[in-house]
Design a protein around this ligand. Structure first.
Ligand code: KG4
Ligand code: ZN
Length: 357
C-alpha cells in the first residue's frame, strides 16, 4: 500500500490565520484510491494524501469493487489523520467537510460518505457532497490561480469521457459524451490486449514513445448528428482485429507501433472534438481533466491545437489528474460558497448526473 503525501511546492503549510479563510477537509473514495486533503479557499492545497490500492487490484487485471470497499474502510481514518497532520491543522480549524458522493462504485463511495457524515455530525460541521467529475474539473483551479469560468473542460478518465462547458462555478453543461467505452477504459483494454497489464494508460503512454503513430491507420469515430459525442469501441475493436490478423498470418506484432497508433487515434478524436466545441461555443480556454489528462501525447496534441487556434490551454499536474481529494476540496469550496449544504441523509449515488445537487 502506497501512502503518498504529496511533497510538491503546491502543498503549502497551514495557516488559518485569516479568519475569512475557508478550510475544507475533503474525502474521496469513489474507486480504488482512499484520499483526504485539506484545501484553503478552494485553491491552496495544504495537504493531499492518497492511499492507492493499485498494487492489490493489479492481481485481478482491474478494480474489484468488494476489495476496494474493504480497503477504504481499513485506510480511511489513517488517511484523514495524515491529511490533517500534513496540513498542520485539527478538526477545530476546519470549516466544512467535502465528500464525493457519486458517481462511482457504490460500496466504495459509501465509506467516504459515512465517514464525512460522522465527522460533520460529531463536530457540527457543514457537509458538502461533491460530484466526482466536477472534482476532476476543479483540479485545474489549484495550479492555475487565475483560471475562472467560462471555459471548456475535456474530462477523460477511466469511467468518463465528457466534454463539459463550465459556464460558472457549479454550473455545467455537457456538450458531448462517449456512446460506449470511456477513453481510459479503451487505454486499459488495449493495454491488456497487447500484454501490458493494469492500469494500461501510463504503460501505453510510455511504450508509444518508441513507436510510430502513423504505422497503422486505426479509425477515428464520427457520430452522425452528434458531432461532439465520442465512441472508442471501434478503435478498440480495430486494434483487436489487427492483433488477430497478425496472429493468423504468423506476423510479429510491433507493440510500440500498435500503442502509438492507437493512442494517436484516441488523441486525434479528443483534440478534434474539443477544438470544434471551442469554436462552436466561442470559448477561448480549454482545461483537460481526469486520469487520461496525464497522457503526454494528449497534452502535446491539445497544446499545439490550442496554440494554433489562440486558445489558452490548462491541465493539472499528474498527481491532481488521477483520483485525489484536493480536487474534491476545490469543488466543495465553490459549492460551499454557493450555499450547498447536505444533510445527514446524504447517500452515495453511483450514477449521479453532473450538475445534480
Ligand atoms: O481519473 P482516474 O484516476 O479514475 C477515474 O475516475 O476513472 O482515471 C484512471 C484512468 C485509467 O483508465 C488509466 O489507465 C488512465 O486514467 N490513465 C492514463 C494515463 N494515466 C492514467 N491514460 C493514458 N495515459 C496516461 N498517462
Ligand atoms: Zn476519477
Amino acid at each position: 500500500m502506497n501512502m503518498q503525501a504529496d511533497q510538491t511546492e503546491m502543498v503549502l503549510k497551514k495557516q488559518h490565520d485569516h479568519p475569512e479563510d475557508i478550510l475544507i477537509l475533503a474525502i474521496e473514495s469513489s474507486c480504488d484510491e482512499t484520499a483526504a486533503a485539506v484545501v484553503r479557499n478552494g485553491r491552496d492545497v495544504l495537504s493531499n494524501v492518497i492511499s492507492s490500492q493499485i498494487e492489490l487490484h493489479k492481481l485481478y487485471g482491474g478494480v474489484v469493487p468488494e476489495i476496494a470497499s474493504r480497503k477504504h474502510v481499513e485506510k480511511i481514518n489513517q488517511v484523514i489523520q495524515q491529511a490533517l497532520a500534513d496540513a498542520d491543522v485539527t478538526l477545530d480549524d476546519v470549516d466544512a467537510v467535502g465528500v464525493t458522493y457519486g458517481p462511482g462504485l457504490v460500496g466504495a463511495l459509501l465509506v467516504g460518505v459515512a465517514e464525512a457524515k460522522a465527522i460533520s455530525y460529531a463536530r457540527n460541521l457543514p457537509l458538502v457532497g461533491v460530484h466526482h467529475i466536477e472534482g476532476h474539473i476543479s483540479a485545474n483551479y489549484i495550479e492555475n490561480k487565475s483560471l475562472e469560468p467560462p471555459f471548456l473542460s475535456m474530462v477523460v478518465s477511466g469511467g468518463h469521457t465528457h466534454l463539459v462547458l463550465v459556464e460558472d462555478y457549479g454550473k455545467y453543461q455537457i456538450l458531448g459524451r462517449t456512446r460506449d467505452d470511456a477513453a481510459g477504459e479503451a487505454f486499459d483494454k488495449v493495454a491488456r490486449a497487447i500484454g501490458l497489464g493494469y492500469p494500461g494508460g501510463p504503460k501505453i503512454d510510455k511504450l508509444a514513445k518508441e513507436g510510430n503513430p502513423q504505422a497503422i491507420a486505426f479509425p477515428r469515430a464520427h457520430i452522425d448528428g452528434a458531432p461532439l459525442d465520442f465512441s472508442f469501441s471501434g478503435v478498440k475493436s480495430a486494434v483487436l482485429n489487427y492483433l488477430n490478423g497478425c496472429r493468423m498470418k504468423g506476423e510479429e506484432v510491433d507493440r510500440a507501433d500498435v500503442a502509438a497508433s492507437f493512442q494517436a487515434a484516441v488523441v486525434d478524436s479528443i483534440v478534434d472534438h474539443t477544438i470544434q466545441a471551442a469554436k462552436m461555443y466561442h470559448i477561448d480556454k480549454v482545461a483537460l481533466a481526469g486520469g487520461v489528462a496525464s497522457n503526454s501525447a494528449l497534452r502535446e496534441g491539445m497544446r499545439k491545437a490550442c496554440e494554433v487556434e489562440g486558445i489558452e490551454f490548462y491541465h493539472p499536474s499528474p498527481i491532481l489528474c488521477t483520483d485525489n481529494a484536493a480536487m474534491i476540496g476545490a469543488a466543495a469550496y465553490y459549492e460551499y460558497k454557493a450555499g450547498t449544504r447536505h444533510g445527514l441523509d446524504l447517500n452515495a449515488i453511483p450514477n449521479l448526473k453532473i450538475g445534480e445537487r
